[in-house]
Design a protein around this ligand. Structure first.
Ligand SMILES: C[S@@+](CC[C@H](N)C(=O)[O-])C[C@H]1O[C@@H](n2cnc3c(N)ncnc32)[C@H](O)[C@@H]1O
Length: 158
């Protein structure tokens, strides 16, 4: 993602949010091994609920992608996971800040407790978006019913 926004104008940014510091630390550690100090300045990570995304993205910025990776942290406490109620609030926030032509991508895990309900909530959010303004689709494996589902919501340039 960083490489996609880190052009010569240096205006692009990647903002990341996770409730758990462990998740942010492993992201920083991966970044430290793979990006330059200059590129590192274009990344901001916050230990915050994703419902708060409007508080960290500067007002008026054209957001081109909001990528959700729902569920729990692999290897971590499975009880700390995204929940339908806050995920829906975060999707409402993403919908507001996304620029025309932008994309919301959501990876939803259906195999853990509460995962199927969260998927249903995401799906009904997507089904409720007006087709004149949004293109909404999902990518789901037919022969692996517990595989994660990818939901893609594109805001049309109208
Ligand atoms: C599948 S893991 C993704 C880990 C990491 N953020 C990534 O994308 O590689 C799901 C993450 O969602 C985080 N999470 C759970 N509830 C959250 C919330 N309300 N806001 C932000 N992150 C949340 C968990 O802490 C967990 O690390």
């Amino acid at each position: 993602m960083l490489r996609l926004v880190a052009d010569e104008k240096r205006k692009g940014r990647v903002y990341g949010m996770d409730l758990q510091k462990d998740a942010l630390e492993s992201t920083w550690s991966l970044l430290d091994r793979s990006i330059t100090p200059d590129e590192r300045e274009l990344v901001e990570l916050y230990a915050l609920c994703h419902t708060k995304m409007e508080e960290i993205i500067p007002h008026g910025v054209a957001v081109r992608l909001v990528a959700f990776n729902l569920g729990y942290l692999p290897g971590g406490d499975k009880k700390i996971k995204t929940e339908s109620e806050t995920t829906l609030l975060a999707l409402e926030a993403a919908k507001k800040i996304l620029a025309p032509g932008g994309l919301i991508s959501i990876v939803v895990y259906v195999g853990h407790s509460g995962g199927r309900e969260e998927f249903e909530a995401v799906q009904s959010f997507a089904c409720g978006l007006p087709f004149e303004k949004w293109v909404c689709c999902k990518l789901q494996m037919l022969n692996r019913p517990l595989a994660p589902v990818l939901v893609l919501l594109t805001k049309k340039r109208v």
